[in-house]
Design a protein around this ligand. Structure first.
Ligand SMILES: Cc1cc2nc3c(=O)[nH]c(=O)nc-3n(C[C@H](O)[C@H](O)[C@H](O)COP(=O)(O)OP(=O)(O)OC[C@H]3O[C@@H](n4cnc5c(N)ncnc54)[C@H](O)[C@@H]3O)c2cc1C
Length: 384
């Protein structure tokens, strides 16, 4: 839409989940908010992911509490925004004794609260319909929820506009941000506070900040498989996830598992492959993924990598149904931190989630950044 007003309290650049999270938190603190993006709808990482809001397995000290809070906000806004929660929880069946040791160690931390470690027989009783291959043990977590990202992200934007009185500017590239002013290729927008949430746009608005924070891109390959004719009670991960997700991977017991995986599945480790399987309302399965790190990754799907993903699928769930869709995605990534928010000028902030957990942490990060910068209490969503 063409803006009738060009002055706001808060301008947010980016309509991915991180930008929407900042817009929500700013609106809850009573601010007049505009969201600006070069695209008419989100087409980046936020609609290409699993829609898996993951708590269990997140990095223990920072990301795990952020994920808990973010999960609660998703649960609060989903019914308001007309978003279906497709699945809840997580099941992680493992087929190696070294992986069981990691899960046992995990259960002994505070992060294991309300999770269960099941035997193969107990898993078959719980989720018999899923058709798991035999396993050594399985972690079952109740904490997660899963939405269909490609529908949920536009639904949040619609709800923010319709019910929360957030303004969405016409599609326009932001060329520069200065204190109080956002310069776009459709004119200037004024705002007291500006939050730039550009995702993996490394060389756009603040390349020096991206360089200082050592941000690069992570490219992922994703698949959708035809409905297998059986229900998965909850999203699923496997042994490979235990050496990728920090909440497990930094436990001392993970070192032996990593050695075993290096010997037995080197191709998967080299391609950064681990397994997530989530099921959509029509029964189809979203399956991934791989991880390749580069400032400018190629945009192509490599069948060799898809085969590695499907090999892991087969080990856990048996022969896969046909692939019906393939896509790539990329997100901002850094080995230095999982996310950052920097004030780059008076009232101008850049927030980037630099790991693959933006869907799981953005709402809490948005609250934290807005609380720290706007000096205004954030109301409950129902009262905002
Ligand atoms: C395949 C895949 C699977 C994933 N799985 C999960 C998962 O299961 N769980 C999880 O928690 N996370 C997952 N992630 C990570 C998660 O998707 C990201 O962390 C998150 O979406 C990042 O959100 P964002 O808003 O920063 O970026 P984006 O969604 O990319 O949005 C950034 C927006 O900024 C806009 N923009 C940038 N610069 C400008 C400018 N100058 N002017 C105007 N507009 C601009 C862009 O147009 C874009 O719309 C996954 C990611 C991928 C790719």
């Amino acid at each position: 839409m063409t803006l009738a007003r060009r002055e706001f309290d808060v301008a947010v650049v980016g309509r991915g989940i991180v930008g929407l999270a900042h817009a929500l938190a700013a609106r809850r603190s009573g601010k007049r908010v505009v969201v600006i993006d070069r695209h008419a709808r989100a087409i980046g990482a936020s609609i290409r992911n699993f829609g898996f809001v993951t708590v269990t397995g997140q990095e223990r000290h920072n990301m795990w509490p952020l994920a808990y809070r973010t999960r609660d906000i998703w649960a609060d806004i989903a019914p308001r925004a007309g978003i279906a929660v497709e699945q809840t929880g997580l099941v992680l069946p493992v087929r190696r004794k070294a992986a069981v040791a990691v899960l046992e160690a995990f259960m002994n931390t505070e992060m294991g609260e309300d999770c269960r470690l099941l035997s193969d027989a107990q898993l078959q009783t719980l989720d018999g319909e899923t058709g798991f291959a035999p396993c050594e043990a399985a972690l079952v977590s109740p904490h997660e929820l899963r939405v269909e990202a490609r529908m949920a992200i536009p639904a949040i934007a619609n709800w923010l506009e319709r019910e929360m009185d957030v303004t969405f500017a016409e599609p326009t590239s932001v060329l520069a941000c200065e204190p109080g002013r956002v310069m776009t290729n459709r004119g200037e927008i004024q705002a007291e506070a500006i939050f730039v949430c550009p995702g993996d746009d490394l060389n756009g608005l603040f390349p020096d900040v991206m360089a200082e924070c050592e941000v690069t891109r992570c490219k992922l390959q994703m698949l959708r498989l035809a409905a297998p004719g059986r229900r998965l009670a909850r999203p699923l991960m496997s042994d490979l996830g235990l050496v990728r997700y920090e909440g497990y991977a930094v436990l001392p017991e993970a070192a032996a598992l990593a050695t075993e995986l290096r010997a037995e599945q080197p191709a998967q480790l080299d391609a950064g492959v681990h397994l997530i399987v989530a099921q959509s309302a029509d029964g189809s399965l979203v399956v991934g993924d791989s991880h390749e790190y580069s400032d400018a990754p190629d945009p192509f799907q490599h069948e060799r990598i898809n085969a590695l993903i499907l090999e892991e699928f087969t080990a856990v769930l048996g022969p896969p149904p046909p692939v019906i869709e393939r896509w790539t995605g990329s997100y901002a990534w850094s080995s230095r931190q999982n996310w950052f928010s920097r004030e780059v000028g008076p009232g101008v902030h850049v927030t980037v989630v630099t790991c693959g957990a933006g869907m799981s942490t953005a709402f809490a990060i948005g609250e934290r950044v807005i609380e720290a910068t706007l000096n205004a209490p954030i109301k409950e969503i129902a009262d905002a």
